[in-house]
Design a binder for this molecule. Structure first.
Ligand code: NAD
Ligand code: UDX
Length: 467
């Protein structure tokens, strides 16, 4: 980092790129970061008062650093050429067509960044692969960069996967458990690693793990696979708990105190959502299929199967309890984001659960504190292109409107405000019998039942649910 300020650039102004650059600028007064995106609307939003998505504390940093050390741009050539180090933070979604559709990773955006970097770079650059990618993508990146580089321009590629979670992105970036940096065993790569380490100046050296490039890429896939596996494991136990009279939350506490297991990611519910877990499991599974590792493929596939099953099982509980008849009934859907404290709905369990209910003829009244009406309707329409959603779905701006005159409440996101629902008042404004289906362990079931509700909460004994 000889130049001051040290110029860096980030390709991709999304959930990873912007929070990462924001915290780097917050912690590092000697850095000037430019975030470039091909999506002009997104860049315009980052420059405006209405940021493209909600992430706690992000807005404060943007306001403090924007146009001082943090810049947003649609000028690829300038952004790339001026930077000494370039982060790649573009999307790596699951392929939707062609060979490997529904499983393999679509590397179009990654490759497009490599071609742009090669085209516009007039000086040597360090390229930091932050997107989550199939193992060996760094080699592919190198090939495309080398083949298209301008004379005498060289690139040093590092892998530096991101482990932040949405809803706590800023907290995670400010205080990461670890930073992983993968690079080659050459002198120039080691020099580049030292520069990248300096960018993470607020992270203790002991928490910086350096590896070879492919290990670093596989660490990211493995971390998400393990986390997703824990959620599916506890959801599998939730089903056993329900039929045997055990309580999954007591079980989670009982096993979580074992220091070898730990208490985190043992929350049973309607399964994991979000743009990462399923996509990255598919990424790993496809990679293993490619190398013909049949048993490994079957092992990780089961995590996804269990997750799909958990969503469907929740819907079956609703139908069973409501006499298999929800046609034309108003159902209150509380929460649509894939978890609390984010406006992101990508792969949210709420999408799939709502879709099942729409197909059963229910009328959904959906409320989420942060997910927008436009996003919710877009997500649902994508699954049912031929259904006139206006007839069956209303998106409202508060919980009260959603609940009023409904037959059942479904809690599909763990937003704090749902924990504070006044159950007695809620009961009064609903049709009877009044049901609560708690997919996120938010409601005090005992209290709800005392008031008169019929309740179901994932992983609690059926024996209590039906009394
Ligand atoms: P995102 O969809 O929010 O953002 C990606 C952005 O890249 C989009 O705005 C898109 O327009 C832009 N883009 C596409 N091609 C481009 C190009 N050639 N140049 C510049 N911009 C371009 O995605 P995200 O959620 O930020 O995820 C990015 C990557 O980080 C993915 O690989 C993802 O798996 C990984 N990741 C995501 C999270 C998360 O919580 N979202 C966490 C860790 C890792
Ligand atoms: C995940 C990883 O946690 C993060 O390290 C990685 O960088 C990106 O992917 P994210 O998807 O943003 O982060 O959120 P996370 O908190 O992991 O939750 C994922 C899903 O699992 C959510 O739908 C959440 O509700 C669900 N979940 C999580 C459970 O159902 N139970 C739990 O105990 C924990």
């Amino acid at each position: 980092m000889e130049k001051k300020p040290y110029p860096i650039c980030c390709l991709g102004a999304g959930y990873v790129g912007v929070p990462t650059m924001a915290v780097i600028c917050e912690k590092n007064p000697d850095i000037k970061a430019t975030v470039f995106d091909v999506d002009e609307k997104r860049i315009a939003a980052w420059k405006s008062e209405n940021l493209p998505f909600y992430e706690p504390d992000l807005e404060d940093i943007i306001k403090a650093k924007r146009d001082k050390s943090l810049f947003f741009s649609t000028d690829a050539e300038k952004s790339i050429n001026e930077a000494d180090l370039i982060y790649i933070c573009v999307g790596t979604p699951t392929k939707t067509t062609g060979i490997g559709a529904g499983m393999g990773t679509n590397l179009t955006y990654i490759e497009s960044t490599a071609r742009m970097i090669a085209k516009y770079s007039k000086t040597n650059k360090i390229i930091v692969e932050k997107s989550t990618v199939p193992v060996q993508t760094s080699s592919y990146l190198e090939k495309v960069l080398k083949a298209n580089a301008q004379p005498n321009v060289t690139f040093e590629i590092l892998s530096n996967p991101e482990f932040m979670a949405e809803g706590s992105a800023i907290r995670d970036l400010r205080k990461p458990d670890r930073v992983v940096i993968g690079g080659k065993d050459t002198e120039s790569a080691q020099k580049a690693i030292e520069i990248l380490k300096k960018i993470y100046c607020w992270v203790d050296d002991k928490q910086i793990v350096t590896t070879n490039l492919f290990s670093s890429e596989l660490i990211k896939l493995t971390a998400n696979a393990f986390l997703a596996q824990r959620v599916s494991s506890i959801n599998a136990i939730a089903e056993v708990a329900e039929v045997t009279g055990a309580n999954v939350h007591e079980i989670a506490r009982g096993i979580g105190l074992d220091s070898r297991i730990g208490p985190k990611f043992l929350g049973a519910g309607i399964g994991f959502g979000g743009s990462c877990f399923q996509k990255d499991l598919f990424n790993l599974i496809y990679l293993c299929e490619w190398f013909n590792l049949k048993e490994v493929v079957a092992y990780w596939k089961q995590v996804v199967i269990m997750n799909d099953h958990q969503r469907k099982r929740f819907v079956m509980k609703i139908l069973n309890k409501m006499f298999n008849n929800i046609t034309s009934k108003k159902i209150s859907v509380l929460g649509f984001a894939f978890k609390k404290d984010t406006s992101d709905t990508r792969e949210s369990p709420a999408i799939y659960i709502s879709d099942y209910l729409i197909k059963e003829g229910a009328h959904l009244s959906i409320y989420d504190p942060k997910a927008t009406k436009e996003t919710i309707l877009r997500d649902l329409q994508a699954l049912t292109p031929n259904v006139n959603l206006e007839k069956q779905v209303t998106v409202v701006s508060n919980a009260q409107d959603s609940i009023k005159e409904s037959h059942a409440i479904l809690i599909l996101t763990d937003w704090d405000e749902f924990k504070e629902l006044n159950l007695a008042e809620t009961y009064k404004i609903m049709e009877k019998p009044a049901y609560i289906f708690d997919g996120r362990n938010v409601i005090d079931q005992k209290e709800a039942r005392k008031i008169g509700f019929e309740t179901y909460s994932v992983g609690t004994p059926l024996i209590y649910n039906s009394d």
